[in-house]
Design a protein around this ligand. Structure first.
Ligand code: KIV
Ligand code: ZN
Length: 532
């Protein structure tokens, strides 16, 4: 049933599904769980946790999120076939509010070239799929994939049949980002006017950003009466991404005079959530990105600065603290105490145990000794490092030391000393390797000691803040045994951060190997299986 408050928009977050499946955004189970907790705190209504049939890892993370995250609806995606739907049902089952999201393409181009199905077949499968999902759960969403390029009369027919079959949410995806606002609004208007029973369902929008119009299209549809918006943090997603949650939410809030719509989002957690996703995936947002970019509230021009000093409303349509940006960036120095740090941690949206806070405090003191000024971003990095460390304690290999040499015209090489978890105290294992640059040499030396060869598919370093003595953050993604795994680490020395990030990846590969050995064979069909 649609929400009783007609102004309330349901925020459906698909960061962990549509977002996570795009290059550079992959997360492991622990990271997805961390993100899901953050999304719950942010106040999203629905978390699409993954596509359970896609891989055993996807299944596991949807099920774990369904187990641990109570409050929001937990959705699992399924194609319109029995195997997908049953697998999704099993994954979302532990949630008190489970949803199955079934999709099937409806546009002529998808029918002809991808599915090789006629219109009748599409309708038959839609009805069977929705009914099957309803046999598992009361909350079923149906998406006619590529809806915006589907003939309007056929789209209306499919949607009507999905409603009859028991769909409770009807999502209208602009799968390839082809729509423009007036066109997309017209689709929503037409469906609302012609589809029998549509008022019993929530009408939803799902836009991709290929033409940079995802947010504009979503808003146009919401204005026409759609009451669920599908979106991702930082707009991550397939190709050019999805509707950015922070943008669509702040547009509704800032222009409430125009839209008259509300959400349940705690907007002060928008920036912390954006930064958490960046920390987990290593995927940076552009500086001038709306709402969460570093420049989004920076005023450079003299005339603007003068206006801002006289009245912030002259050049600011939102207050930075409304989206969780602290006005004063420079926060603490080496004389700051534990209480000041505790306050800052809380205002950044984190909850730490006393022990975690003590460890962050120790790390902060060390950093403050080594670095002139400690910024919010530094503190956030220390907190993320602490939250991350729990997993690190279970790792097989730790870095005891390294050296690397580089210089114009000279041969580059690196030597590492690693400690194995099962070794007696004091024992380290060493090896060295030449390479194309110090990082390549370092990675090779680590691979030699650990015996794990991995193909690096992505490697990025960035300075956490803009000062010369900034903390460096390294992010490494590798491919090993057909799987992608990523790791990240920070240090005042970017070469050390790189070594630590690579070592984390190696440790994760070893953990995965162990899980694979322990797991019973898990056969996952990948072909499209007709609904029985
Ligand atoms: O873009 C799309 O069509 C999708 C569907 C699965 C909803 O992501
Ligand atoms: Zn999509």
């Amino acid at each position: 049933m649609p929400p009783t408050d007609p102004t309330r928009v349901i925020v459906f977050d698909t960061t962990l599904r549509d977002g996570e499946q795009s290059p550079g955004c992959s997360m492991n189970l622990q990271e997805k769980l961390e993100m899901a907790h953050q999304l719950k705190n942010l106040g999203v209504d629905v978390i699409e946790a993954g596509f359970p049939i896609a891989s055993p890892g996807d299944f596991e993370s949807v099920r774990e999120i369904a187990r641990q995250i109570h409050g929001p609806v937990i959705a699992g995606l399924a194609r319109c076939n029995a195997a997908d739907i049953d697998r999704a049902a099993e994954a979302v089952k532990p949630s008190p509010n489970p949803r199955i999201h079934v999709f099937l393409a409806t546009s002529a181009i998808h029918r002809e070239f991808k599915l090789k199905m006629g219109r009748e077949e599409i309708i038959k499968r839609t009805v069977e799929g929705v009914k099957r999902a309803r046999d598992h759960v009361a909350d079923v969403e149906f998406s006619p994939e590529d809806a915006s390029r589907t003939e309007l009369d056929f789209l209306a027919e499919v949607v009507e049949r999905a409603v009859e079959a028991g769909a409770t949410t009807l999502n209208i995806p602009d799968t390839v980002g082809y729509a423009v606002p007036e066109h997309y609004a017209e689709i929503i208007r037409h469906l609302k006017k012609t589809v029998r029973g549509i008022d019993k369902c929530v009408l939803s929008v799902h836009c991709h950003n290929d033409l940079g119009l995802a947010v504009a299209n979503s808003l146009a549809a919401l204005k026409e009466g759609a009451r669920q918006v599908e979106c991702t943090i930082n707009g991550i997603g397939e190709r050019a991404g999805n509707t950015a949650l922070e943008e669509v939410v702040m547009a509704m809030r800032t222009r409430n005079d125009h839209y008259g719509l509300t959400t349940g989002i705690n907007t002060q957690l928008l920036c912390p959530t954006s930064r958490k996703l960046t920390a987990l995936t290593g995927m940076q947002v552009q500086r001038n990105k709306a709402i969460v970019g570093r420049n989004a509230f920076a005023h450079e021009a003299g005339i603007h600065q003068d206006g801002m000093l006289k009245n912030a409303n002259t050049y600011e349509i939102m207050r930075p603290d409304d989206v969780g940006i602290q006005k004063t960036e420079l926060v603490l120095g080496k004389h700051s105490g534990r209480a000041a740090l505790r306050d800052r941690v809380a205002s950044m949206g984190y909850t730490l145990t006393d022990e975690q806070l003590n460890r962050v405090f120790d790390a902060f003191k060390k950093l403050a000794d080594a670095k002139k000024e400690v910024f919010d971003a530094d503190i956030e990095t220390l907190i993320e490092g602490e939250l991350h460390a729990a997993e690190g304690n279970r790792y097989v290999w730790t870095l005891a030391g390294f050296t690397s040499t580089a210089g114009t015209g000279s041969q580059t090489s690196a030597a590492v000393s690693l400690k194995h978890r099962d070794d007696p105290p004091g024992r380290v294992r060493r090896d060295a390797a030449p390479g194309n640059g110090p990082i390549d040499a370092l990675f090779k030396a680590i691979s030699r000691v650990t015996g794990v060869e991995a193909k690096v598919v992505d490697y990025r370093v960035r300075a956490v803040t803009q000062d010369i003595d900034a903390l460096g953050e390294a992010h490494v993604e590798i491919e090993h045994g057909g799987r992608r795994t990523s790791g990240r680490a920070t240090s005042l020395d970017v070469i050390e951060a790189s070594a630590l990030a690579y070592l984390e990846v190696i440790n994760r590969v070893l953990q995965q190997r162990q899980r694979d050995r322990l797991k019973p064979t898990d056969h996952v069909p990948t072909n499209v299986v007709p609904v029985a």
